[in-house]
Every structure is written in structure tokens, then in C-alpha cells.
Design a protein around this ligand. Sequence first.
Ligand code: HGY
Ligand code: MN
Ligand code: MN
Length: 420
Amino acid sequence: MTFSLDQAGRQAWEWLEAASTFSETRDIAREGVTRQCATREHRDVLEALTGWMEALGMSVRLDNAANLIGRHASGTPGARTLLVGSHQDTVPNGGKYDGMMGVILPLALIKYLQEYDIALPFHIDVVAFSDEEGTRFSSTLLGSKVLAGTFEPEMLKATDDEGVTLESALKAFGCDPARIPEDRYRPEEVIAFLEAHIEQGPQLEQASLPVGVVSAITGIERHQITVRGMAGHAGTVPMSLRRDALVGAAEVIRHVDALCKGTDDLVGVVGKIENAPNGVNVIPQTTTLSIELRSPRDEVRRRAREQLLEQIRVSLEALDLTFDHAQTYEQSAVQCSPWLTATLEEAVKDSGITPRVLFSGAGHDGLAMADLCDISMLFLRCREGVSHHPSEAIEPEDLTAAVEVLAHACQRLARRQPQA
Ligand code: HGY
Ligand code: MN
Ligand code: MN
């Protein structure tokens, strides 16, 4: 009984359904999936992945940043490695496919390659990165930075909402964070990094295409602003004397929205806000909010940052409010490698699909992996472009198409390898 591409697609679907059950939230349909770095849910999903990988004859290891790495070994002496994979973690109440689909699809591919005795002159390492979203520890791209050798040790001091440090969480997970530097890959051993991921946008669905190929990944920066005013009795302080931090925060939010709506190639959001003392009858004293700016052009994003900070300063001064500002993250935009993107385009054509090249407004592990090796991405259509939401959905048959494209891509990569 052969294992057809359709069966590979169905196998991926079943594995994804099973993986989605490892979630803090129980009612997945209504609440989505919540699985954060170095948690019980993370451990449980790695246990399942390990079982599926070992059943495929893969060797499996956990590195010191809780990345799970399964190797489909090549018999070619001195073989280099094709890295594939994505992140196991989700945003709170996220979808079933953002991240995990990029881990599962390569497993279905490997099962298909084995069934048809398609031997490759390179190893395939499938990686479930421990943390990409950075939800628990504000440690965006933690897992991929470790493999790329760009992990900053001070990240280990980051704490979650309960004050648990990343370092202690990794130790409790069975890792030795002090040895993280040993987990980097050496550039000379790696052919490239390929990530399959849902588009998280509407273009492929609008074009009625199951897959697309990525040309570049957006640059991202994040800031934290704390607006400081003066708490007081909401009934007795005259309006003209109030120093209301939340009114100041409203000005910040308005500036972010107006600037991004008025600037091409720029998007932004105030995603998190904390207000204190947050009493129904108390004038707010401090309001802390996150600001995120994204652009495919770093100079646009940086110019917008300067404009925004000046607008915030002027507005808060006029309200007799002070503020603290810290930039908490910056990641430059990354171009995918043209040769690898072209290889994926050819593989899409080999699969009988019209190639579509698109830009990613979402960040991905490729942003970090680009410091190690050439990268590119295969996007899959997602329903109405919805992501970071419980209703994130894909078409099962698109998994079949993606396995076929990845199989053609591997065979094209094999033909490119120098003969041993
Ligand atoms: O934020 C992003 O774009 C990604 O989902 N981490
Ligand atoms: Mn995401
Ligand atoms: Mn993602």
C-alpha cells in the first residue's frame, strides 16, 4: 500500500489536530490554542512530536533552549543539512496552524520520501522552535536565535508575568541554559532554512492559490511607553486640574494609528495596555502601553519612529503629563535568498500550480535564521487571511499541495548539491 501525496496531506492534518490539543485553553474551537515556551503544554507537544519523529526513524534531541530537533539522516558521506521547521509556541488564544504547521508538514514530507525511497544527499533537520512569538518572556525569536548563534544571554533574565525567569524555566524544562552557545549550527554545515507557514493574510485566498513563495519578511520594532499623571478623586478634581494618564495614552494611540494610516509601507499597533490604579472612580495615574511598527523598508520605519516620539512628547507636554520610553525590540527586514525563492517557485510549477511571490507582513523565525544561512518560505492559504485568532483555518487539500511542492523542492536542491 503506497503512501500517496493525498495521504501525506491527511496525515499532516491529523497530526495538526492532535498537536492543537496541547493547549492551556481547553475549548480549542472557541478559545483557540495557547501554548507558551517551557510550559507543560510545550513539553506535551514535544513528547508527541518526538513519538512521530522516532516512528519515522528520525533521531531526536532537545537543545538547551528547548528547541526540538529531529534529523532525517542522509546516507551521503559529509552530507550538509537542510533546516526546515517553525515555532511550537502560539499567541494567547491563537490558531492551530501558525507555527506548528511548519513543523508537521516536513514530517509528512519525510514519510512520503521514505515511502518512495527518495534518498537525498543532505540531512533534513526538522526544528520545533521553542519560542518565536515571545509571548511569555518577551523573547521574540528565542529558539531560532540560538540555532543562528545570535542569542543574547541577557535574555535569560527576562521574566514572565509570575516573575519566573527564562533561565529558571529552561532549567525546569530539563535544559542547561549555560550551554546554549553550544547549540548553534555552523554556517558551513547548513544548505539553507526553509519554513512552511500560513500566509496570515488574504492574498492567496483571493488569488485562489493553495501556496505562495515569500520574497521578504517585514522589519519590526517594539516600544514601551509609560504615561505618568496624577491619581485623584474622579468626582471632585476639576477637569481643568486633572493630569489623567489614560487621556495621554489615548493621544499616543491616536498618533500611532494616524501616522501608520498616513504612511505607505508602514503598519503599527498598540497591542497591550495596563492602567493604574484602574479604579472606576479614580483618575488614572500611570498607563503603560506597547507600540509596534512594521515595514518592509527599515528607513520608513525608523523615520516614523522619530516622528511618532516627537508627536507623543508634544501631546503629553500639553497635557502636563510625563512619560518614560524604552525601545524593547528591533529586527530589520530580511530579503529571502533569490536562488532559494526561485527553487521554490520552480517546485510550485512542478506541482502544477501558478507561482505567486509575496511579501510577509508577519515576522518569522527566518528573520533570525538569515544570520546563519540562506532562507526562504512557502506560504499556505489561510481562510479569510485570519490568524492569531481561534478561527484560523486552512484547506486540508492545501497540505497535500504543500507536501508535493516541498518534495519537488528537495529534489531540485538535491540536483544542486555538489556530487560527493
Ligand atoms: O508577530 C508576528 O508577526 C509573528 O506572528 N510572530
Ligand atoms: Mn504568530
Ligand atoms: Mn508564526
